[in-house]
Write a protein that binds this ligand. Sequence first.
Ligand SMILES: O=C(O)Cc1cc(O)ccc1O
Ligand SMILES: [Fe+2]
Length: 467
Amino acid sequence: MMEMKKQQSVSKSDGGEFSHLGYQSGFGNSFSSEAIDGALPRGQNSPLFCPYGLYAEQISGTSFTSPRFSNQRSWLYRIKPSVTHEPFKPLVPDHGKLVSEFNKSNSSTTPTQLRWKPVDFPESPTDFIDGLYTVCGAGSSFLRQGFAIHMYTANKSMDNCAFCNADGDFLVVPQKGRLWITTECGRLQVSPGEIVVLPQGFRFSVSLPDGPSRGYVAEVFGSHFQLPDLGPIGANGLAAPRDFLVPTAWFEEGSHPGFTIVQKFGGELFTARQDFSPFNVVAWHGNYAPYKYDLSKFCPYNTVLIDHSDPSINTVLTAPTDKPGVALLDFVIFPPRWLVAEHTFRPPYYHRNCMSEFMGLISGGYEAKADGFLPGGSSLHSCMTPHGPDTKTYEATIARGNEAGPHKITDTMAFMFESCLIPRICPWALESPFMDHGYYQCWIGLKSHFCCLDIQNGCNDTVDGDD
Ligand SMILES: O=C(O)Cc1cc(O)ccc1O
Ligand SMILES: [Fe+2]
């Protein structure tokens, strides 16, 4: 057998290598990458003898028989197959705060507008897995239909262990602190302002080069993220396929005694021991792989004359249901952009939505909230729960009047996870010390401006006299 040559053979603690990673570009392509020349079998997936004595292993992200346009799978060529581990055992002590099936025993429901302040960083050593907790969700990973919204706060790297989510795909939105993520397909550096999708089943490990870190995670059960159709926008715009980055093959070899795989399965965590690293894939090919995307690359479209567009115009990724146009989960952003609409109330309109809206703020402020919605904070406006700009935003917009010229909103990156399912909320989120119990007050001051005569004619008579 040829001498095993280890390429890019740095340890995970070598930071320099993480910041100079090469990536493959594209969305849902047929990717291929080999860390050693010739490690990918040519002409077939499963030769009797793979190059360099590697094992061939397929990971399927859709059923074998899914239609070709949606079929996702990759072939991994690895030093030892994933199956080489001791039996899974329930994690002790139980993690307790991850939920993947939402029912009366683990969650409750409320139509009230909810808002949370940013959560403090942990004081005791907490890695990405320890620091993950579910805020809300609906459906069931067992039934392959549903979603969960989690958040994480962590201060230490995962050590000698990898996480594997059998329940669904994670879309991770870091808000504070970079994530150095080692996956079976290679390594990714993900900074706040970027997102990463870790599809169902892939093993990954998260290191925190910046220490205390915080962020949001959307999980979808039974669906995968795809780019939205562009309709009349045309062939270009919003998130461009070429800006999605997929890792190149990277592996580590040798013995890793006591390496632990932590598997999330039905919302519960199980651990299995093995004596080697799962990051032992020397080459891979296929269209099922982790990827990242820099939100500053997004090309926003919007009104250029009147009125406020629905936020769907800023959809980065969507995880569809079987109903056309109805998302299990849309990931929508509110990026820096020009506001130019004439004689228009430019902030988000007041509204009630049959979809449920969870929002987070990565940086800066959010155009609908003058106060109280802070980077690292979050809000939930469930199905048909009324919401919209707070009193200060409304009054300031009206005061600016019709003469407002083109204006660029800068220093902002808010996002929304929007789902057709109605979320139930976990008790620790409802009882959290970071819950903003006075949230409703941001709208209470909205006064009646009703006037019997047309306001353009300068009428000052309010009907209900509340000012
Ligand atoms: O509620 C929100 O702040 C999100 C949102 C923004 C927007 O511009 C229009 C509708 C909408 O739900
Ligand atoms: Fe909304």
